[in-house]
Design a protein around this ligand. Structure first.
Ligand SMILES: Cc1ncc(COP(=O)(O)O)c(C=O)c1O
Length: 379
C-alpha cells in the first residue's frame, strides 16, 4: 500500500527542489555571501583560490581552474590543447548540446559516436572506426552521473595519440574503481549550473587537470590570455568565477559526498519500487562505478504518454535529451542522416528522468511510481 496521503496535499512534484535544498544550509550560505559583500573583493579573490584548492583535493587532481560555466570549461580546454579549424573531435550525440557546441565554437568538427544501451555513455568499441588523420581528441561524457568506459577510451586515445577531455558536468564525485572522473584523461570539465549535483547559485564551471603546462595556459586563457596585468600572451576569454559563487560552492562542497550518497539511496529505492512495474527498464550501475545519480533515468516504450500524464498530475519529469545532437538543425551542415546512430536515436524515444535530489522523500518517490504504474495499467 502506497503512503501517498502527504504527497497528495502537495500540488507539484518538481524534478529537483532547489528551494528546499537551500533551506537546509541557508544560514551558512547567507553568512558567507554577506562576508563577500562586505569584503569588497568580487572576482577571482580568496574564495576562488580556496575553492580551487579544496576542489582539487576532493577530486585528487593537481590543478583546478575555475571559470564562468561548464561550456566555457570545454572551450578553454579545447583552446588550451590547440584545437582549431579542420580538427575532428569524437564525442557523444547523446549529451547536452554544449559538449558539441564547444567543439564547433573553436572551429573544429564534432564527429558523433553512438552510445551503449546499458549506461547511455559512448561505446568505446566504435571509436577506432571514426578516427581519421584529422582526429585530435575524444570528449566522452559521464552522463547522468555514471562514469563512461573511460579506461577503454584512454587506451584507444593513447594508441592513436589523441587527447581526452572528460565532460564531468553531470558527475562531480563519480568514481570508477575508486578514482574520480576528470582525472583519467588530459582534462576534465565541470559545470556548477544550479541544477547540477554540485550547483552554484548562478553560472559557474571549472577545468581540472594534472598537467602543469595545460593548467597554466587555461589560467591565462580564462582571463584574456593574461597572467600579468595588461600583458597578453594569447587571445583568450573573459571567463572568471566570482567570489559569491566560489563562497557558496565552498559551503556546498563539504556536503557533496553526503548528498551523492542520498541520491544513491533514492535511486536504490526507485529500483525497488519499479522492479515489478511491467515495461520499465531501470538504470544499471556498471561494475566498479560509483554512480552519483545526477539523474535517475528509466526507459519505457510509451514514454510520451507517461510523460504527458505525469505532467497533468503535477509530476515533473524530463527527457534528457529528446533530439540527438547529430540531428539538431544547428549541425545540419554536417549532413548526418537519421539512422546513423541507432542506439542514440532509439534511446531518445524511450528515456525519462524522474524527480531526484538528496532530500527527496520516500513518500514522494512512492507517489511518483504509483502514478506511473496507474498510467501504464490504464493505457
Ligand atoms: C553534459 C554537459 N556538458 C556541458 C554542460 C554545460 O555546462 P554550463 O551550462 O555550465 O555551461 C552541461 C550543462 O548542462 C552538461 O550537462
Amino acid at each position: 500500500m502506497i503512503k501517498s496521503g502527504i504527497v497528495q496535499k502537495v500540488k507539484k512534484i518538481p524534478i529537483i527542489d532547489l528551494a528546499s535544498s537551500y533551506q537546509l544550509i541557508k544560514n551558512e550560505i547567507e553568512n558567507v555571501v554577506l562576508e563577500v559583500l562586505a569584503s569588497g573583493s568580487y572576482i577571482l579573490g580568496s574564495n576562488v583560490t580556496l575553492f580551487e584548492e579544496e576542489l582539487s583535493k576532493y577530486i585528487e587532481t593537481k590543478h583546478v581552474i575555475s571559470c564562468a560555466n561548464g561550456t566555457d570549461a570545454l572551450i578553454l580546454s579545447l583552446m588550451a590543447l590547440g584545437i582549431r579549424q579542420g580538427d575532428e573531435i569524437i564525442t557523444a550525440s547523446h549529451s547536452f548540446f554544449a559538449t558539441s557546441e564547444a567543439i564547433a565554437l573553436v572551429g573544429a568538427k564534432p564527429v558523433f559516436i553512438d552510445i551503449q544501451e546499458n549506461d547511455f555513455n559512448i561505446d568505446p568499441d566504435k571509436i577506432e572506426k571514426l578516427i581519421t588523420k584529422n582526429t585530435k581528441a575524444i570528449i566522452p561524457v559521464h552522463l547522468y552521473g555514471q562514469p563512461c568506459d573511460i579506461l577503454k577510451v584512454v587506451d584507444i586515445a593513447k594508441k592513436h595519440n589523441l587527447f581526452v577531455i572528460e565532460d564531468c558536468a553531470q558527475a562531480v564525485g563519480a568514481k570508477l574503481n575508486g578514482k574520480t572522473v576528470g582525472t583519467f584523461g588530459d582534462i576534465g570539465t565541470i559545470s556548477f549550473f544550479p541544477t547540477k549535483n554540485l550547483g552554484a547559485f548562478g553560472d559557474a564551471g571549472a577545468v581540472v587537470t594534472n598537467n602543469e603546462e595545460l593548467a597554466r595556459k587555461i589560467k591565462q586563457l580564462r582571463f584574456h590570455g593574461s597572467l600579468k596585468r595588461y600583458v597578453h600572451e594569447y587571445i583568450g576569454l573573459n571567463s572568471r568565477l566570482d567570489e559569491i559563487q566560489a563562497a557558496i560552492l565552498r559551503v556546498k562542497l563539504k556536503y557533496l559526498d553526503e548528498w551523492n550518497v542520498k541520491r544513491q539511496k533514492a535511486a536504490a529505492y526507485y529500483n525497488e519500487l519499479l522492479k515489478n512495474v511491467k515495461g520499465i527498464i531501470i538504470p544499471q550501475v556498471k561494475p566498479g562505478c560509483h554512480h552519483i545519480f545526477h539523474q535517475y533515468t528509466i526507459r519505457l516504450q510509451n514514454r510520451d504518454l507517461v510523460h504527458e500524464k505525469l505532467k497533468e498530475l503535477g509530476i515533473e519529469t524530463i527527457i534528457y535529451y529528446p533530439i540527438p545532437i547529430h540531428l539538431q538543425k544547428a549541425f545540419e551542415y554536417l549532413n548526418y542522416k537519421s539512422g546513423l546512430l541507432p542506439v542514440t536515436e532509439k534511446i531518445c524515444n524511450e528515456i525519462l528522468s524522474l524527480p531526484i535530489y538528496p532530500e527527496i522523500k520516500p513518500e514522494v518517490q512512492e507517489y511518483v511510481v504509483e502514478q506511473i504504474r496507474n498510467i501504464l495499467e490504464n493505457s
